[in-house]
Write a protein that binds this ligand. Structure first.
Ligand SMILES: NC(=O)c1ccc[n+]([C@@H]2O[C@H](COP(=O)([O-])OP(=O)(O)OC[C@H]3O[C@@H](n4cnc5c(N)ncnc54)[C@H](OP(=O)(O)O)[C@@H]3O)[C@@H](O)[C@H]2O)c1
Length: 325
């Protein structure tokens, strides 16, 4: 797979693998995760993204990722995150203090079974903690050799600028897709001005852009997407109609809707890496081919106003309140 230079010294494959949804509950999940990650690495999808809070309990997803990369550590651009913490009742709070940055990093290294993290992100910023304090602590982690590069997730331009004065930020991870383009208002321009790479999470709109979802009844009762306003009732119907338009454009290329959604992001700039969630082998095979796809300009133009019609927030009100504004 071709590569993308996210920033000085940080080279990523054109497409990354989001590991958040890999099953951690039993041996079958482990085998499936092994198969998916091995195939991804063979195809050059070598950026693997996790976070301390992913999985049914703190650290479970990191432990899984650690197990599956144990024999291929050198093949992987390993990224993880800190800054979100669970209360005993399961709700989340934000901790971006220097103390927690140090402790969380130690614990992530142990769970992942590695001696360094290639890109360590602040997952969410607590506005009560100066970003300079957090980034200073992250810079210390770089100096100690525990972390190669630092990143920020879901931050404003203002936060990014302040952080970058303390230590170079290698990448910003932000929700970005045919359905979610708020980052284009200001943040992407700031990233480009500062030479910060852009990692686009949820590039497939949590699956809706792939055409795999046709009705609310396709979602299992426990599917986390049911909590998202975009996947509820009339919002979902409107959004499915937009996804049908993506399918129609994909047919003209021809490619699959998932490949189109990824190639659309790649066409937004040579500094954008889509981070696709994939738990099935066939999806890894299909999506990796998007790196070589070129979409004619007139078909890109047909998708230009799609995001304007999207109904519903991307997060619940409680989750929206955790975003940096
Ligand atoms: N920084 C943050 O705050 C943040 C927040 C959320 C997520 N993330 C990161 O972003 C990653 C991706 O997010 P996501 O998984 O929520 O959303 P996504 O990548 O937009 O969508 C993933 C969904 O698309 C499906 N899919 C993938 N390829 C497909 C194909 N070719 N055909 C049909 N369906 C396909 C997947 O199914 P299968 O599972 O069956 O393959 C899964 O249901 C996460 O793993 C995580 O690393 C970061």
């Amino acid at each position: 797979m071709r590569t993308t230079r996210l920033s000085d010294g940080l080279i990523s494959p054109a497409i990354g693998l989001g590991c958040a949804e890999l099953r951690t509950d039993d041996l079958t999940g482990d085998r499936q995760a092994h198969a998916v990650v091995s195939r991804a690495l063979d195809l050059g999808v070598t950026m693997l993204d996790t976070a301390d809070v992913y999985g049914p309990e703190l650290g479970r997803n990191e432990e899984l990722v650690g197990r599956v990369i144990a024999h291929r550590r050198d093949d992987v651009v390993l990224t993880t995150k800190f800054g979100l913490r669970f209360r005993p009742d399961g709700s989340l709070w934000l901790d971006s203090t220097a103390d927690w940055a140090r402790q969380a990093c130690r614990e992530s290294l142990r769970r992942l079974g590695v001696d360094h993290i290639d890109l360590y992100y602040l997952h969410r910023r607590n506005p009560a903690v100066p970003i300079e304090e957090t980034v200073s602590a992250m810079a210390d982690l770089v100096r100690r050799g525990d972390v190669r590069h630092i990143g920020l997730s879901e931050v404003s331009s203002e936060t990014l600028r302040a952080a970058h004065t303390v230590h170079p930020v290698a990448a910003v991870q932000i929700e970005y897709s045919l359905f979610t383009r708020f980052a284009e208002q200001e943040l992407l321009a700031t990233c480009r001005e500062l030479g910060v790479g852009i990692v686009a999470y949820r590039p497939l709109g949590r699956g809706i852009l792939t055409g795999a979802l046709t009705a609310a009844s396709d979602l299992r009762a426990a599917d986390g997407r049911r909590q998202s306003p975009r996947f509820q009732e009339s919002n979902l119907d409107r959004n499915l109609a937009l996804a049908a338009h993506v399918r129609a454009v994909a047919r003209k290329i021809p490619c699959t809707p998932a490949q189109l959604a990824l190639a659309w992001l790649l066409a937004r700039g040579s500094d954008v890496v889509p981070l696709a969630g994939m738990t099935r082998l066939e999806h890894v095979e299909e999506n990796s081919k998007a790196a070589d796809l070129t979409i004619p300009a007139e078909l890109l133009a047909e998708l230009d106003h799609l995001a304007d019609g999207v109904a519903g927030d991307r997060y619940t009100p409680e989750q929206m309140a955790l975003l940096d504004s």
